[in-house]
Structure formats: structure tokens, C-alpha cells
Write a protein that binds this ligand. Structure first.
Ligand SMILES: Nc1ncnc2c1ncn2[C@@H]1O[C@H](COP(=O)(O)OP(=O)(O)O)[C@@H](O)[C@H]1O
Ligand SMILES: [Mg+2]
Length: 237
């Protein structure tokens, strides 16, 4: 797939069609947004604070429902799915929330392992995966630290590790580098790039230009709830 074209609809993992989301009393967070995301694509969702990025990700992990419009995942209209079916689908989505949502009294290890334990993964496999993620993200020395004792940048990486733990086919990352220095940002982006190469579909909401400027992936921009595809021009040619 080329970097700046929408995927053909029949290969789309996610198909968002004219989705509007309003919050009471009359805040229009998303305004007739349409976007198709292909299987295995990596996409950057950009836009200033308040543009609607988090709202769009919340719709894709079922934390909010659209006011109008259609969202299909794996060709299924999610508004027609039962609670049980949505819950099952949700298990295949790893989410790194903008506000982290960590268990503050639990250690780094426990927070990440829990995502795998609820799926009854083998304890050896869990340990191996958590250690691997902590090494990838530069957190190995924090393994037994309660997350309340971490810096925000460290907490952010724990939430990213948790989102990636089960190697879900879809990862939604909301401002994943918002609290990170350039070195930690590189670790996170290397992890996402590796997962993308293994076939994971990844949507990264960000207002951090540094992480998408050099990338060849699709960029879609939200402005006041309206979505626009950005076609990058390569001035280095
Ligand atoms: N739960 C909510 N209730 C009311 N307004 C909200 C809520 N969540 C977001 N908003 C508003 O919706 C708009 C989009 O917000 P958001 O999706 O968080 O944007 P972004 O992630 O791009 O900063 C903003 O005007 C924000 O204030
Ligand atoms: Mg946000």
C-alpha cells in the first residue's frame, strides 16, 4: 500500500463513514468524519489540542458512541453488535490512553502482566513478554516500582507496554510521546515500527510533529472535528 492513498474499502479493518460526535450541551467534537484504515496500516492522526483526536480513538475502542454515522470494524457495524461481541472485539484492541489509566498501587510488572493474565496466558510467557517490553522501552530498572512512584514519562511508557503486551492486531495510542524526551520517543516509535512490520494496525494520535515528519505513513489531520488527509511533499527529492 502506498503511503498517501486510502486503502481500498474491501481491505479496510476500520471504516468510519460520516461520523459526527457531539457532547452535551452542543459541543461538536467530530463533524462528518470519514476514514478507512487498512489491515496492517500505521496512521498518524494529527491536530491541535481540542481537535477531536481522543474522541475519535474513544469511538474506536467503544468508550463513546457516535451521535451520527457508521463505524465498521472487520466489516461489522459496531452499533449492531451485542455487548458480548463488543467485549470480544475489544480484547483485540490495545489502547494506550492519553491519561494512562494505570493501577497506581501496583508495580510496573503487575500493571503490564495483568493485561495478559486476564487472558489466562502462560505465566512464563507473561514474564518473558513483560521483560522484553521493559527492555525495549528503557524501563527494566523500574520493574518492581509502584506506578505512582514513576515520572509521567515512565508512566506513559508503562501504559504503552500494557497496550502492546498481547500483541493485539490493532493498537490505538493517544499522544504516546506527549511526556517523553527524544530518546524515550525513539524507543516508543521503534517498538511501534517493529509491531507495524509484524502486521499490527496502529493509529497514533499526536500533536508532536517530530514523530510524523520523517515517517512515510499516512497522516490524517483533524481541525475543529473535521478530518483531512495530508499529502506530504518530499522536498528532499
Ligand atoms: N466528555 C466530554 N464532554 C464534553 N466535551 C468534551 C468531552 N470530551 C471532549 N470534549 C470536547 O470535545 C472536543 C474534542 O476533544 P478531544 O477529542 O479530547 O480532542 P483532542 O484529543 O484532539 O485534544 C474539545 O472541544 C473538548 O473540550
Ligand atoms: Mg487528546
Amino acid at each position: 500500500m502506498t503511503s498517501d492513498t486510502a486503502p481500498p474499502i474491501d481491505t479496510a479493518l476500520i471504516d468510519i463513514v460520516k461520523v459526527t460526535k457531539t457532547y452535551p450541551p452542543d459541543i461538536m467534537a467530530l463533524d462528518e468524519v470519514s476514514l478507512a484504515v487498512g489491515h496492517g496500516e500505521m496512521i498518524f492522526l494529527t491536530g491541535v489540542s481540542g481537535a477531536g483526536k481522543t474522541t475519535l480513538l474513544k469511538l474506536l475502542c467503544f468508550l463513546e458512541s457516535p451521535t451520527m454515522g457508521l463505524i465498521e470494524m472487520d466489516k461489522k457495524d459496531i452499533s449492531k453488535l451485542s455487548g458480548h461481541a463488543l467485549q470480544k472485539m475489544r480484547q483485540h484492541i490495545g489502547v494506550a490512553y492519553q491519561d494512562f489509566r494505570l493501577l497506581s498501587k501496583q508495580t510496573v510488572y503487575q500493571n503490564i502482566a495483568l493485561a495478559m493474565e486476564v487472558r489466562y496466558e502462560n505465566p512464563k510467557k507473561i514474564k518473558q513478554r513483560v521483560l522484553e517490553l521493559l527492555a525495549n522501552l528503557g524501563l527494566a530498572d523500574k520493574i518492581h516500582t509502584p506506578t505512582s512512584k514513576l515520572s509521567r514519562g515512565e508512566q506513559q511508557r508503562v501504559s504503552i507496554a500494557r497496550a502492546c503486551a498481547n500483541k493485539p492486531p490493532l493498537i490505538l495510542a493517544d499522544e504516546p510521546t506527549g511526556n517523553l524526551d527524544p530518546a524515550a520517543t525513539s524507543l516508543v516509535m521503534d517498538l511501534f515500527n517493529r509491531l507495524h512490520e509484524e502486521g499490527t494496525t496502529i493509529i497514533i494520535a499526536t500533536h508532536d510533529q517530530a514523530i510524523w515528519q520523517k515517517s512515510s505513513h499516512r497522516i490524517v489531520n483533524l481541525e475543529n472535528g473535521k478530518l483531512q488527509e495530508i499529502i506530504k511533499v518530499n522536498f528532499d527529492l
